[in-house]
Design a protein around this ligand. Structure first.
Ligand code: 3HC
Ligand code: NAI
Length: 702
């Protein structure tokens, strides 16, 4: 008896339906049953051909990623199973509905014939997880579609539409519709039988490397050197496809498997798989399940048409939602609307929107100066100046004009969401929706849950966030929420190290060498030294006990050296080039002397440890305080919103890789070594101490 397979005889056909919800991941039991079903059909003399399909489910999303830390190769392993299927002496048709990804597409390729429906997506996304296809994909795809096309598909990880797959020869047929897929597949199998088609048709590109120049793979790798810097998987893909071009399948398949195992066991792939599961986990919040009714959102209002408001409005317009944009003054409104139009026009120029679509989107946007126009909005997002007094006025007015049950959201980056909620008589309806700039592009969305935010408001915000293509991560209320709160100690160390003897270029280089998109000092130059200064202004009181570390930056502000926009900040800029500026080094030296800070040679290791351990320590503290629900949420915020390298899995995953003991020892070392400064800022998080004391290697809230 099968538990995950629907096995049915249809005259001379065996229909093998894969039935492992939700996406037919090819886990151990499914592999065992697929093997048994295949053997049953092979042994049955009445069966002349087989059809493999997803029984009420997508065809298959590939190998079961949850098994990769344990039973990935439990018998039959996917590679072995597919070798067995590919050796069938009866024709097999893969009927692809929904998805054929990774091992799912490899299964389809092991079947001799493939038919897909019009909404199906076919791809090998392994590269996005730091892997390469490991069940024949790097060997069979080049033989089907040619080596160059195969490389593009494998290295991009992007799925193909069925029409394109048909063009390339990855599909043999298109079904008339998703509903007729199985019938069409049966008809196709019968045609094959009538025509006496072989179980495995001859490969269209039996020698996929023949047309390639001799140095093709070396040149390809050289061309990608900077893009692939520090990444393992693309190099392994090149190696596997090269072998496919040079060796017979029997040699290529075991070699591919060796390369796959190397990738699977690499820290990079582990980090990327961690982020894959963290992303799925982030959508789950205790107390919220599918039975909780959500608030219907059919109309959105955005207040403030500045940098953030415009981008926020675009997110909703892009999914066809009408948006009212409210400003204080006509000029500001016109400017905001014109900027949105300009953004869409640019997209249209790049060929990604038609002019008609631009007009359709603009037609969904209504500008207003009158709060009365917000009366029927289901969700209002405020993006006005970062001032508690302005927020008070806005929320008090919203409380007056908005309909009962409307969700009132603030995009504040630093202010207290609970205090903002208290400006209304409906704090349960208030929530923070912290978008990142540019708001129409950046995927991260911190969903800030106030003390009184109702569960259905939170659940609705999470669902809506996903609908507009964001990655919503829940944060509690604290200064800076998850992301900016962690930025503070990380940036603090970068700035303080300038006083102790490092140069901006040295600090930033250590961070970019680690794979960060940008060093933190360059980032402040990009954002504006003035922006950093103004954000710090309300914090000065709490910094008063040690005002030292931002002194260089404060002085740059006073000198009008505001960063890239003025051509000078932490660096001197000439076009896109930048250099260390002797004037900044002199300022740092003078201030260090004034503050009695001993300057010395700073090693790269010290820069790494102080910046990263301070960041990690704050993350662990946030977890302990319950601001973040899980370590994975913190990793998502930093990889998705702050350019932390995904191949390191986020700051907390990286800490686990480094070893929690090492992080704790480093914090203790600098606490002892840096005098009063160390005493003040290098206090290890209590949770980190508890984890190390109890011998834990993973960061969990205890
Ligand atoms: N293995 C294990 N679980 C998987 C999975 C997989 N390959 N793909 C999806 N799932 C799980 C998710 O974890 C989630 O579980 P949960 O409900 O318990 O959180 C559930 O299926 C639904 O997934 P999503 O929430 O992501 O649903 P979506 O509809 O948004 O997306 C998807 C579906 C496009 C299939 C997306 O999940 C996805 O991209 N999956 C990964 C696909 C992939 O990378 N496949 C290659 C795997 S590696 C491989 O095949 C190696 C081979 O070459 C040997
Ligand atoms: P901005 O200055 O570009 O835009 C603010 C807009 O609000 C202006 O157009 C202004 O005319 C309008 N406005 C001010 N008071 C108003 C009122 N009472 N009613 C209606 N409109 C009013 O500011 P920006 O950068 O868009 O920031 C807005 C909010 O988003 C702030 O709370 C900020 O902290 C937050 N934020 C900003 C980010 C950024 O990178 N700029 C990132 C994340 C959050």
């Amino acid at each position: 008896m099968y538990t995950l397979i629907n096995y049915l005889l249809d005259n001379e056909l065996a229909l093998i339906g894969l039935g492992r919800a939700p996406v037919n991941a090819l886990g151990h039991t499914l592999r065992q049953e697929l093997q048994a079903a295949f053997r049953q059909a092979s042994a049955d003399p009445a069966v002349k051909a087989m059809v493999v399909y997803g029984h009420g489910l997508p065809f298959s999303a590939g190998a079961d990623l949850a098994e990769f830390d344990g039973a990935a190769f439990a018998t039959p392993s996917l590679p072995d199973l597919l070798i067995e299927l590919a050796g069938s002496d009866k024709p097999m048709v893969a009927a692809i509905g929904g998805l054929a990804l990774g091992g799912g597409l490899e299964l389809a390729m092991a079947c001799g014939y493939r038919i897909g429906e019009s909404k199906a997506r076919l791809g090998l996304p392994e590269i996005t997880l730091g892997l390469l296809p490991g069940a024949g994909g790097t060997q069979r795809l080049p033989r089907l579609v040619g080596a160059e096309t195969a490389l593009d598909i494998i290295l991009s990880g992007q799925p193909l539409r069925p029409e394109r797959a048909l063009e390339l020869g990855l599909l043999d047929r298109l079904a008339a519709s998703a509903d007729t897929l199985l019938d069409d597949a049966r008809a196709y199998a019968r045609e094959l039988l009538q025509a006496g088609a072989p179980a495995q048709p001859a490969a269209p590109h039996a020698a996929p490397g023949d047309a390639l120049p001799a140095n093709y793979f070396t040149a390809y790798t050289a061309g990608k050197a900077s893009q692939w810097k520090g990444q393992l998987a693309p190099h392994l893909v090149i190696e596997a496809v090269r072998i496919a071009c040079e060796q017979p399948l029997e040699v290529g398949l075991p070699r591919e498997l060796e390369l796959f195992v190397e990738a699977m066991e690499s820290p990079q792939s582990k980090a990327l798989r961690h982020l894959f599961f963290a992303e799925r986990e982030a959508a789950k919040v205790p107390g919220i399940d599918a039975s909780l009714p959500l608030r219907p959102i059919k109309k959105v209002a955005v207040i403030g048409a500045g940098t953030m408001g415009g981008g926020i409005a675009m997110n909703f317009v892009n999914i066809g939602m009408p948006v009212v944009l409210l400003e204080q003054k006509r000029e500001a409104l016109d400017r905001g609307l014109a900027q949105i139009r300009k953004n869409y026009e640019i997209t249209a120029k790049r060929g990604k929107l038609t002019q008609e679509q631009v007009e359709q989107r603009m037609a969904l946007l209504a500008g207003t100066l009158d709060y009365a126009d917000l009366a029927d909005a289901d969700l209002v997002i405020e993006a006005v100046f970062e001032s508690m007094e302005v927020k008070r006025q806005v929320f008090a007015t919203l409380d007056e004009v908005c309909k009962p049950g409307a969700i009132l959201a603030t995009n504040t980056s630093t202010l207290d969401v609970d205090q903002i909620a208290a400006f209304t008589r409906r704090p349960q309806d208030v929530i923070g929706l912290h978008f990142f700039s540019p708001a129409n592009v950046m995927r991260l969305l911190e969903v800030v849950r106030g003390k009184q935010t109702a569960l259905d408001v939170l659940a609705t915000a999470l669902k809506l966030g996903k609908q507009i293509g964001k990655l919503p991560v829940v944060s509690g209320v604290c200064y800076g929420f998850i992301g900016n709160r962690m930025l503070e100690p990380y940036a603090r160390e970068a700035h303080r190290l300038l006083l102790e003897g490092a140069t901006p270029a040295q600090v930033d280089r250590v961070l970019t060498d680690l794979g960060l998109a940008m060093g933190v000092l360059s980032m402040y130059d990009l954002v504006g030294i003035d922006v950093g200064y103004l954000i710090r202004t309300p914090l000065r009181e709490s910094l008063a006990s040690d005002p030292s570390y931002y002194r260089v930056s404060d002085e740059l502000y006073a000198l009008g050296r505001l960063g890239q926009k003025t051509g000078r900040g932490m660096y001197i800029y000439e076009g896109r080039e930048r250099q260390d500026d002797p004037e900044v080094l002199a300022i740092a030296e003078r201030l260090a002397a004034e503050l009695g800070i001993q300057r010395r040679e700073i090693t790269d290791q010290e820069i790494h440890d102080r910046c990263l351990f301070a960041l990690i320590n704050e993350g662990i503290q946030i977890l302990d305080e319950g601001i973040a629900l899980r370590a994975g949420d913190i990793d998502l915020v930093w990889t998705c919103g702050y350019g932390f390298p995904t191949v390191l899995g986020g700051p907390l995953h990286y800490a686990e890789d480094l070893g929690l003991e090492r992080v704790l020892a480093g914090l203790r070392q600098y606490r002892a070594q840096l005098g009063a400064y160390g005493e003040q800022w290098f206090q290890p998080a209590a949770l980190l101490e508890r984890l190390v004391a109890t011998g834990q290697t993973r960061i969990n809230k205890q």
